[in-house]
Design a binder for this molecule. Structure first.
Ligand code: SAM
Ligand code: SF4
Length: 341
């Protein structure tokens, strides 16, 4: 088992591409990121070698992410092979949802256990603005397909963006009250594009929770499956809002929402952090807020065996800081699309 600063590492996030079919304001520059040459990107075979080695060190949960993971050809087959590795307990995936209408069913059949869909607004204009051109209708169709295919609950990730979606918290809660969804609000981190953003864009999680507590009954809840740092609550609103409709899915909920809050800035959760991140070009990082990491691609292409790879994975884990320093702007050069958000 890999242990770093007293934390057991059992979770690996794998970015399979740095490309994306959206250009979210806080994540990518308008013209996109300077994408890597295909040869710089790990092949699926190479990623599976890393995954097998990580399993041998005690990692048994994986998340496939990006960039947008569903734009890489062969993703369904890759997920199936990852899920079938001996010792793997769970494979999950994070997506913007746009390609789920075609892929949710095949991914589930391939063995994908859980899906997180990122959706920062339920207003078509705001969604278009935040994603620089994305269609809310298409994203909702993707989310609806995930539910129809039996992923349950689907987690919806909402990055809190002051002046953009701050007024939509109750509408998102209504969505979670109507469908088998867990909506998780995430504090914006000053990474990549957002590191120079003005303060008002950064909405503190505790302030959002205080608002919800005023508008309804808010109770902590345990037992929501996942490997992440969210604190979960049930929220019964005093005055329920009309939930947005998901096409083709019956709204069976009773209006009580399960909500999560991820507050990396207000309430750092580093002491419980159990994860490593593999970038699409083969760097392994122990923390998204540091540049420190090891180059697994070079090792793989120089013929490293599982023993050498295992040693490198241990080295990467040992680079985990006690606590991140995002508040001091240290993560600013890196985007989540590169780090495997
Ligand atoms: N394209 C996929 C998606 O959007 O779900 C997967 C990759 S994306 C980088 C993963 C998650 O990171 C998304 O939920 C996104 O909102 C989040 N993210 C990206 N940049 C962020 C930032 N600066 N602060 C907080 N979350 C961020
Ligand atoms: Fe693409 Fe996801 Fe980044 Fe948005 S958050 S630009 S969907 S990688």
């Amino acid at each position: 088992m890999v242990v770093a600063a007293d934390r057991m590492i059992n979770y690996l996030r794998i970015s399979i591409t740095d490309r994306c079919n959206l250009r979210c304001l806080y994540c990518m520059a308008e013209e996109g990121v300077p994408v890597q040459d295909h040869r710089q990107i790990l092949t699926y075979e190479e990623i599976l070698t890393v995954a097998r080695t990580a399993v041998g060190l005690g990692v048994d949960r994986f998340r496939v992410t990006g960039g947008e993971p569903l734009v890489r050809k062969g993703v369904v087959d890759f997920v199936g092979r990852l899920a079938a590795l001996e010792g793997v307990r769970e494979v999950a995936l994070t997506t913007n949802g746009l390609l789920l209408p075609a892929l949710a069913g095949p991914l589930r059949a391939a063995g994908l256990a859980r899906l997180n869909v990122s959706l920062d607004s339920l207003r078509p204009r705001t969604y278009r603005r935040v994603t620089r051109g994305g269609s809310l209708e298409a994203a909702l169709r993707g989310l609806a397909t995930a539910l129809a295919e039996g992923f349950s609950p689907v987690k919806v990730n909402v990055v809190l963006l002051g002046g953009l979606n701050g007024g939509e918290v109750e509408t998102f809660a209504a969505l979670a009250g109507a469908y088998p969804l867990v909506v998780r609000f995430i504090e914006l981190m000053p990474l990549g594009e957002s590191h120079r953003w003005p303060r008002y864009r950064f909405l503190p999680g505790p302030a959002v929770m205080a608002r919800l507590a005023q508008g309804g009954r808010l109770e902590p809840v345990a037992g929501i499956p996942g490997n992440g740092p969210a604190a979960y609550y049930r929220w019964s609103p005093h005055r329920p809002a009309e939930p947005p409709r998901l096409p083709g899915v019956e709204a069976t909920g009773n209006g009580v929402a399960t909500l999560g809050m991820i507050s990396p800035l207000s309430r750092p959760f580093c002491s419980g952090c159990n994860r490593l991140r593999l970038t699409a070009d083969g760097k392994l990082h122990a923390c998204l807020a540091t540049e420190a990491g090891v180059d697994l691609r070079r090792a793989l292409r120089e013929g490293a065996g599982e023993r050498d790879l295992g040693e490198l994975i241990r080295q990467a884990a040992a680079m985990k800081p006690e606590i991140h320093s995002l508040g001091s702007g240290c993560g600013r050069r890196r985007r989540m699309s590169e780090l495997g958000g």
